[in-house]
Write a protein that binds this ligand. Sequence first.
Ligand SMILES: [Zn+2]
Length: 251
Amino acid sequence: MADFRTHTQVAAVLSGGLAGLALFSGLASLPEALFYWAAGTLGGILPDIDSDSSRALRIVFRCLGVMAATLSFITAMPLWPMSAVLGLSMSAYLLVRYLLCQLFAHFSVHRGVLHSLLANLLFTLVAVVLAYHLFQLSAKVAWGIGGFVFIGATIHLLLDELYSVDLAGMRIKQSFGTALKLTDWSEPGWSLLLVLQVAACWWLAPSPQDWQLVLQHHQLWPWAAGSGVMHSLQGLSEWVRQGGTLLMGGF
Ligand SMILES: [Zn+2]
């Protein structure tokens, strides 16, 4: 399987490219594109949170801890004195970062059910729900973030699968087929739990309809249409078509 550095680098480059495309095609503003980039990069490490000693596990639970601390701070600030608010925030962070993290590590199995496309769908929907309800972002941006989490996490699975093919020795390692899978069929109970969580998050998530409308009515690549790039592409396709006709006529 690919290591942590490879996962973060590949996810950062690919999701950065896609976020750039969203920006230049007018589908995202600069702050939105930056959110998408971060979401895609984080998505790139998510499938490895089931590895108990992994950096991915620590990073994800640190982020969740900061979120819990911020939420406690915002909620308690108007009601409690500052010292109590700070104490609560600190406790929330420690609780999530250490206790929840330990519990999670205890119950998860590496390359188990969380290293699958079904889990990627859950990561996506959890990101959408958090972005929409906790950070109060619009439904469109929340789904954009979710989409990038899915892309990042799926790139992760594909990379692990690629690394299980030893091209130099032309052989397939034993791990082939364990990375990119729909779910872990040997854990039916956990798979069912994941399906139920996906359903619950889908119910909590806003409608993705905004993206449907945007994609239907938005003129993609307006810069290309105005700059003659489209014209050149049309010319190229015409040239290829004519070449093909000439070749066919020769036979
Ligand atoms: Zn992995």
